[in-house]
Design a protein around this ligand. Structure first.
Ligand code: ACO
Length: 437
């Protein structure tokens, strides 16, 4: 490899500095030595929204947004979706290797054994209004789990950490299903560990009076594939939140609750809900050109399009499109898929979207499948949160073992007032009158 350094000349002082380049990055702290004098703090980088800042090393997920490549621990997402189950992929993300049959069996049994929740968790959830948003229920209930497992505060003990990881992965579908049934006023259904991860989730959602719930295998497979596709996506908004909150040594339940909160926003995981609302509003194909015009004039956003990292077709969206057709064989065709396909066709031939490299992301087609399965839009982001819990925990675990770990604490460029003295209240003149809401 050629000389892996960069030389910077500070034109303020005519001094030059040679900094090492490591994996295509320079260390921001190496810039601190660049000063105009002894009283100067030193140079920092300014990067709102972390557009060009690597905040960690990670060996979990590889993403090449320009080429539309996504791999977990080196395995292409397409192969994992085709050949593996979600719990296999969960094991891979957490331990770095795919399990053999014996390990997978133990792992699955362990996760399923943790699908039960404390009875008081149910009572806690009953306190929510019947129309509470399921993401609000999930954020609060996951945070509340820390009060049930007080040992989880000991984040430095690898055994205790592992215990909370299996608890969280095991309980997430149970909490999500309870949030679903709460809305409908239906009694909560106890987990049935024999069914496995996706089928048991369906059991807890949809079981009525039958003695044993029998899941449709096509729908169960589709759900499992969707879980695989959503399991991790390197340093996105919610994962960065997980790392930032976890860096303070907060317990993993509080930390995961913070990540779920980040996921809930419409620019992140909440986009799947917004896509369905948008498709419902557009209604029919003939309304699409008018809608696209509103997007191009900046009055609307095409939800489910665009990505901070993908500047090419999101490989997950391609797989989801295929899964949608399999689901429709069972549920009947959701007519919104035709509106979505036409929307995509028009958008991808329009210079506004081409020049900005805006392609469908994972959220564009997922909600159409969820709706066909019988979920209401407010449940969609919960369906994202269940599998992403695995990715958050894999990244949290990696961070906890990183020798370079420190509390996350960015700097700022201060743009406020210089020092000034307090004026007695009777002499203060308000700049603008206060408007009360
Ligand atoms: N519809 C219309 N225009 C868009 C869209 C969109 N969905 N996304 C980006 N643009 C435009 C912006 O207006 C901007 O145009 P300009 O250069 O003329 O100002 C340009 O494309 C670049 O967009 P940014 O907002 O700077 O891109 P950024 O990387 O900051 O945002 C984001 C990425 C938030 C995902 C954005 O594309 C978006 O809001 N998409 C819709 C919401 C969505 O689907 N979110 C889910 C993302 S996937 C996930 O989190 C699971």
């Amino acid at each position: 490899m050629a000389n892996e350094t960069i030389t910077i000349v500070d034109n303020r002082t005519n001094q030059s500095y040679t900094l090492p380049i490591y994996h295509g990055t320079i260390r921001a702290m190496d810039l601190r030595q660049i000063k105009t004098g002894p009283d100067d703090f030193g140079l920092m980088t300014y990067d709102p929204a972390y557009m060009n800042t690597a905040a960690c090393h990670s060996a979990v997920t590889y993403l090449d947004g320009d080429r539309g490549i996504l791999r977990y621990r080196g395995y292409p997402i397409e192969q994992l979706a085709e050949h593996c189950t979600f719990l296999e992929v969960a094991y891979l993300l957490l331990y770095g290797e795919l399990p053999n049959a014996v390990d997978l069996d133990c792992w699955s049994q362990e996760i399923m054994a943790h699908s039960l929740t404390h009875e008081s968790v149910k009572k806690f959830m009953e306190g929510f209004n019947y129309d509470a948003h399921p993401m609000g229920i999930l954020i609060s209930t996951v945070a509340a789990l820390s009060t049930f497992y007080s040992e989880s505060r000991n984040v430095h003990d690898p055994k205790i950490r592992r215990k909370q990881i299996v608890r969280l992965i095991g309980k997430m579908p149970t909490l999500a299903a309870y949030a679903y049934r709460h809305r409908l006023g239906l009694p909560y259904v106890a987990p049935d560990p024999d069914l496995g991860y996706a089928k048991n989730y369906m059991n807890m959602l949809w079981k009525r009076l039958e003695p044993k719930y029998v899941a449709n295998p096509v729908l169960a497979h589709a759900l499992d594939v969707l879980f695989i596709l959503h399991a991790d996506h390197e340093q996105n908004c919610s994962t960065s939140t997980m790392r930032a909150v976890g860096s303070s040594n907060a317990d993993p339940y509080s930390t995961t609750a913070a990540a779920i909160a980040a996921l809930s926003g419409p620019l992140h995981g909440g986009a799947n809900e917004e896509v369905l609302r948008m498709l419902a509003e557009i209604g029919s194909k003939d309304q699409i050109p008018g809608f696209i015009q509103q997007v191009k004039t900046g009055h609307r956003k095409l939800m489910g399009f665009g990505h901070r990292v993908y500047k090419n077709y999101d490989p997950r969206a391609r797989i989801i499109k295929r899964v949608a057709e399999e689901v429709f064989e069972v549920t009947g065709r959701n007519p919104k898929i035709d509106t979505a396909i036409e929307l995509e066709r028009i958008a991808l031939s329009d210079d506004y979207f081409i020049s900005r490299k805006l392609y469908p992301n994972v959220d564009f087609y997922s909600g159409i499948i969820y709706e066909a399965m019988g979920f209401t839009p407010d449940q969609f982001t919960v369906l994202f949160g269940i599998p992403r819990t695995v990715g958050w925990l894999a990244q949290w675990q990696e961070m906890m073992e990183d020798p370079e770990r420190k509390i996350a604490r960015p700097r700022q460029v201060y743009t406020g007032e210089d020092k000034r003295d307090v004026v007695p209240i009777e002499l203060r003149v308000p700049k603008t009158p206060l408007v009360l809401a």
